[in-house]
Design a protein around this ligand. Structure first.
Ligand code: SF4
Length: 376
């Protein structure tokens, strides 16, 4: 099995915290659509005939395209890849871009999973984040999704916004769980280089919240998700039983995928490659039937590090038998020895076959993962 990711590199405006690759303006839209379909054709062999189980339209903002334009790209994928009968097909949407007609068109085209960038139900927070939508539009979008017969609905939230406390986050969570959603992705705000927030931080106008506050917010998230019968299946992801994101779970399980569009990454178990993050150059290359990407071969150390980085974030954790079979004996011993102290401190647990982070461990997951990774 394999997956396809399509990066739609357009946004109406750029949010204050965002470092994903996207541009504003409509100049390239038509040529981009043709190029991404052409890239699918040029790279039809990338998945070596593996059947495609999941398709994910992300960005950028896929919903800046018309539903008919997204359908056109999807049809292109069906022409060049071997897709299973009932694939999971996700599209990321901004609440203010869509209405009932749009959603019905998506449904008709075969999209069956919606991921909404709600981010917060507090309009003041949305303004600080630089989002275009407001909470009423999020509400309308979720209600319309149900009317359009979508069952598999996911919401993205951001927490840890400076100046907004525990109570504000609690309200966001309570309101989110009132809707009939099946999946929640909740990310702590991080201040990334090149964003407006990073410039504000440098100018002393914005400070990240402290670690203690962060931990309290994360604990509240875990608690509220549990109360609402959402399973915490990845550090930032929660879902009702049977509604985990198949596409993202496959990333974490080292299943190959092809990424189409500027900045999209692809992985085929032995290498990783990524398209250039420049829509103009991407289109010019594809129009000359050329692919513009960088590639990294994955040696044993890199494969091990990727495995640790992805598996330890999930409910399934590190599969010790997998490590034994896919890496050398010294690597296996290295992992067992290093993880011992985390188990003793209650940051990881093991049943002898797998190893996972405990809830306390999840709060410092980045530190644990980087300590377990092999360095030169
Ligand atoms: S957060 Fe989403 S909508 Fe905002 S700029 Fe980034 S990709 Fe675009």
């Amino acid at each position: 099995m394999a997956g396809i990711y399509v990066h739609i590199p357009f946004c109406k405006t750029i949010c204050n915290y965002c470092d994903f690759y996207s541009i504003t303006g409509n100049n390239y839209k038509e040529r981009f659509i043709q190029s991404v379909i052409r890239e699918a054709e040029l790279r039809a062999d990338y998945l070596s005939g593996e059947k495609v189980e999941t398709i994910y339209f992300g960005g950028g903002t896929p919903s800046v395209l018309k539903a008919s334009e997204l359908s056109l790209i999807l049809e292109g994928l069906y022409r060049f890849f071997d897709i299973i009968e009932l694939p999971e097909i996700t599209v990321e949407l901004n609440p203010d871009d869509i209405d009932l007609v749009y959603l019905k068109e998506l449904k008709k085209a075969g999209f069956n999973r919606l991921s909404f960038g709600v981010q917060s139900w507090n309009d003041e927070v949305l303004k600080i984040l630089g989002r275009r939508h407001n909470s009423n539009q999020s509400e309308e979008a979720l209600v319309n999704s149900e009317k359009a017969d979508f069952e598999n609905i996911s919401v993205d939230l951001i927490y840890g916004i400076p100046g907004f406390n525990y109570k504000s986050w609690e309200k966001d969570l309570e309101k989110t769980f009132r809707y009939n959603i099946k999946h929640l992705s909740a990310y702590h705000l991080t201040i990334e280089r090149g964003t407006l927030f990073s410039r504000m931080k440098k100018a002393g106008k914005l400070n990240e919240i402290n670690e203690e506050e962060s931990n309290e917010l994360y604990n509240l998230l875990i608690e509220k998700a549990k109360e609402n019968e959402f399973i915490h299946y990845e550090i930032s992801n929660f879902a009702k039983e049977g509604w985990f994101s198949k596409h993202n779970s496959n990333y974490w399980k080292q299943i190959p995928y092809i990424g189409l569009g500027p900045s999209a990454h692809s992985y085929d178990k032995v290498s990783r490659q990524w398209n250039i993050s420049d829509v103009g150059k991407y289109i010019s290359a594809i129009e000359k039937d050329r692919l513009f990407f960088r590639k990294e071969e994955l040696d044993l150390k890199k494969r091990f590090n990727e495995y640790i980085m992805t598996s330890l974030r999930t409910i399934w954790g590190i599969d010790l038998e997998y490590v034994e079979q896919n890496f050398e004996k010294e690597v296996y011993d290295y992992l067992i020895n290093l993880s011992r102290k985390f188990i003793d401190y209650g940051l990881m647990r093991t049943d002898g076959k797998t190893m996972q982070l405990t809830n306390t461990g999840k709060m410092i997951s980045d530190n644990i993962i980087s300590e377990l990774m092999m360095v030169d």
